[in-house]
Design a protein around this ligand. Structure first.
Ligand SMILES: C=C(OP(=O)(O)O)C(=O)O
Ligand SMILES: [Mg+2]
Length: 427
């Protein structure tokens, strides 16, 4: 009854106004799963390939008709009749059909839409919420939300070199309380930025994008907003950064163009260590660039016992890249973005490998998102304990937080909030 009977893809629009892929998978019993595919701006070089049309006549060349056609004209036939419950076989059939290492022929955006929609259809057939279908009886840990309240880098039109400044309410009693605390700080920050004469327009992920030049300035605003709201920085609410350094690592140096300073890898590492000394920063994502493996190794040895160091571009949710990183002493945490690898099966394998090695896992959105809330369920399903999905504004971001509020309510007394157990204990 859970055999796949129909697969249909279409081109829809994402939160940046760019086209993306949405897929419906229908099963023989009539159950339906639907998934929309996100898209990054500061992408890792080793991500699976997002197929774009390149035809300037359509959506300024950003159309995804080729990926949509790949689903409708070839993947649909390849997975028809397969059991949606057998996720590994469905994903394996698509990987084989594509035949390339980076999913470049059919597109990782085509594969991911089918992969996630298949899981959702199977969950629907069992009348189970997605988090329960994927995670089983132990799926009851609500993640700490990392809420991105100051945007910079590739996600905003301001001078900030660092891409993301986030708050994580580790001291909350529940996920719902964490979201409430975050929204309070968000509004305090809005008032204080405005009072200081800054714009309160928002960037791609819904955080403010003020004309600040340095990470210290941004962190001071964020920490002050936590205090002024009545919370203790580092204890109630801790701070997380994603400098997304691959974006400004050029010719062997970290080129802070907004700040107007070039730092060698050693100077850049000193600078990060100083930020961790001066501010309650519990986690840094991509502190070193994807190609600066020596820098990554040195920083992990230097800061890894005090700070979560999360690999995004350096791992690309790719199990083989993660294994190499574990072997080489790179990072102590991995960011997981489903579209970096392109199937649910591979995503779950990467997470399992990280957990076995004692690496923490942060489930993540992309800067281009839709109303799809799959990652909220996957965060609970995998018990990873941390999610970053933007700010407390923009429906493409709040959709995920609101889905987690619903999941927490549904779990009732079974629900546990990850809190300080997963983040902030190292300091
Ligand atoms: C979410 C991120 O941005 P993007 O989706 O643009 O890669 C990130 O770098 O972690
Ligand atoms: Mg990142």
């Amino acid at each position: 009854m859970t055999a796949i009977s129909r697969v249909v893809a279409r081109e829809i629009i994402d939160s940046r106004g760019n086209p993306t892929v949405e897929v419906d998978v229908e099963l023989k019993d009539g159950s339906l799963g639907r998934a929309a595919v996100p898209s990054g701006a500061s992408t890792g070089a080793r991500e699976a390939v997002e197929l774009r049309d390149g035809d300037p006549a359509r959506f300024h060349g950003k159309g995804v008709r080729r990926a949509v056609d790949a689903v409708n004209e070839s993947i649909a036939d390849a997975v028809a009749g397969l059991d949606a419950e057998d996720q590994a076989t469905v994903d394996g059939a698509m990987i084989e059909l594509d035949g390339t290492a980076a999913k470049a022929r059919l597109g990782a955006n085509a594969l991911l839409g089918v992969s996630l929609a298949t899981a959702k259809a199977a969950a629907a057939a069992h009348r189970l919420p997605l988090y329960r279908y994927v995670g089983g009886v132990d799926a009851r840990l609500l993640p700490v939300p990392m809420m991105n309240i100051v945007n910079g880098g590739a996600h905003a039109d301001n001078p900030l070199d660092f891409q993301e400044f986030m708050i994580a309410p580790i001291g909350a009693a529940s996920f719902a309380e964490a979201v409430r605390m975050g929204s309070e700080v968000f509004h305090t920050l809005r008032n204080s930025l405005r009072a200081a004469g800054h714009s309160v327009n928002v960037g791609d992920e819904g955080g403010f994008a003020p004309d600040l030049r340095t990470a210290d300035e941004a962190l001071e605003f964020v920490v002050r907003a936590i205090e002024e709201t009545g919370y203790k920085p580092g204890t109630d609410i801790t701070v997380v950064m994603d400098p997304a350094t691959s974006e400004f690592f050029r010719d062997g140096v970290y080129d802070y163009t907004g700040e107007g300073v070039r730092r060698t890898p050693a100077e850049h590492a000193d600078y990060l260590a100083g930020l961790v000394e001066r501010h309650p920063v519990a986690s840094i994502e991509d502190p070193m660039a994807e190609d600066d493996h020596a820098g990554w190794r040195e920083l992990t040895a230097r800061l890894g016992d005090r700070c979560q160091l999360t690999g995004d571009d350096v791992f690309c949710t790719n199990e083989a890249l993660l294994r190499a990183g574990i072997r080489d002493g790179i990072a102590n945490s991995i960011l997981v973005k489903v579209n970096q690898i392109g199937t649910l099966t591979e995503t779950l394998a990467t997470i399992a490998t990280a957990h076995r090695a004692g690496y923490t896992v942060v489930m993540s959105h992309r800067s281009g998102e839709t109303e799809d809330t799959t990652i909220a369920d996957l965060a609970v399903a995998t018990g990873c304990g941390q999610i970053k999905t933007g700010s407390l504004s923009r429906a493409d971001r709040t959709a995920k937080y609101n889905q987690l509020v619903r999941i927490e309510e549904e779990l009732g007394t079974q629900a546990r909030y990850a809190g300080r157990e997963v983040l902030g204990l190292r300091r």
